[in-house]
Design a protein around this ligand. Structure first.
Ligand code: KG4
Ligand code: ZN
Length: 352
């Protein structure tokens, strides 16, 4: 089955064509540098960018994968959560393509797609139940998967997402945007034990997390050390390393707790922050052999991409009973984008 997928939830416009498990083309265009001057994504600029590049990038994806519209069996698109204007571009274009080409259309939840991508890349025969930690710029959640369309939200951040905290700390330390990779790079030159930053909510018995207080702790420490002047490069690097250590420790601790308490068969880490080398290494240090596999997506699948949308969408479509009517389905055509993760996407049940 050949699947065309569209992802436009934030500042990346992405397309992918998959044939079964094979990726025939995966294209990403990012407006990230346009937002750099503002220190974060400007929603209006992001949606305009999607509109500008949509058709040319779609054409390139189809050419690279040698795909004509006739060959496409299914269209998948991100339906939420994310920036409303951005998703609206992808959703409207996906509906237009489905109508023009008479194809079935499935809307996919972006966060769930991040959480599923590591499983899709492995050959685990029966991975359910598995737990996934999704750590991105907009979300930090722990999910327990009983089936592809039956998911429990175990907990997550009560304030900033982990990626957002990386971005804000990078801004405080003057590293620029997007902050995650820049903090990781700087941390390699710093001393992670220089500052004993708080590990918020780490020892609370639930799966809640918090990163806002940690970010503020870095801000106050940096201000104290600078004393109105400038911080040395060494001091900035040690603040970055100590912050990264604290943030990763909370993520790893809570994710392993969920894996063990839910007796899950695997743990999947996904989203932009899952590219972080220290986070990956810490999982290696703190996991026990009996914990089972800890799966990280390949680097291209960590940040926003359309391969994960195709993979998860195709999986949901395979479970739909009445496939012939999917194109005419009221659900697909009346679908409107959503911005909150807690809105169940079509075809998926959030269990208690
Ligand atoms: O999943 P993603 O590409 O977009 C969202 O859905 O939000 O995640 C982007 C986030 C940004 O906050 C970025 O700073 C963070 O992921 N990130 C990282 C790294 N690479 C990206 N954070 C820490 N270390 C990294 N290497
Ligand atoms: Zn994402």
């Amino acid at each position: 089955m050949r699947v065309l997928a569209i992802e436009t939830s934030c500042d990346e416009t992405a397309f992918a064509v998959l044939e079964g498990r094979k990726v025939l083309a995966a294209e990403v265009a990012s407006s990230s540098q346009e937002h750099a001057a503002y220190g974060g994504v400007v929603p209006e600029m992001a949606s305009r960018f999607h509109g500008e590049v949509f058709l040319s990038l779609l054409r390139r994806t189809l050419q690279k994968s040698r795909t004509t519209p006739q060959k496409i069996d299914l269209i998948c698109a991100t339906g939420g959560p994310g920036l409303l204007g951005s998703i609206l571009v992808g959703v409207s274009c996906a509906k237009s393509l489905a109508i023009a080409w008479k194809k079935p259309l499935v809307f996919v939840d972006h966060v769930l797609a991040h959480g599923y991508s590591g499983i899709w890349e492995t050959d685990l025969k029966d991975p359910y139940p598995f737990v996934s930690l999704v750590v991105s710029g907009g979300h930090t959640v722990l999910l327990e998967w009983r089936a592809p369309d039956r998911v429990v939200e175990l907990g997550g951040t009560i304030d900033d997402a982990a990626g957002e905290a990386f971005d804000k700390v990078a801004k405080i330390l003057g590293y620029g945007y997007p902050g995650g990779p820049l903090i990781e790079k700087a941390a390699k030159r710093g001393d992670a034990r220089a500052h004993d930053f708080p590990r918020p909510l780490k020892n609370r018995p639930d799966y809640q997390m918090s990163f806002s207080g940690l970010k503020t702790a870095v801000l106050y420490r940096a201000r104290d050390m600078a004393k109105g002047g400038r911080l040395s490069n060494k001091d900035r690097a040690s603040l970055a390393a100590s912050f990264q250590e604290a943030a990763c420790e909370v993520l790893v601790f809570k994710a392993l707790k969920a894996l063990r308490e839910k007796k899950a068969r695997a743990l999947v880490v996904g989203g932009g922050v899952s590219a972080n080398g220290r986070l990956r290494a810490m999982f290696g240090e703190l996991a026990k052999p009996e914990d089972g596999p800890i799966l990280f997506p390949s680097k291209e699948l960590c940040s926003d991409n359309a391969v994960m949308i195709a993979a998860y969408g195709a999986c949901l479509y395979a479970r739909q009973k009445n496939k012939k009517t999917a194109y005419f389905s009221e659900t697909a055509m009346r679908f409107t984008p959503y911005t909150e993760f807690s809105t169940p996407p079509p075809g998926v049940k959030f269990l208690k």
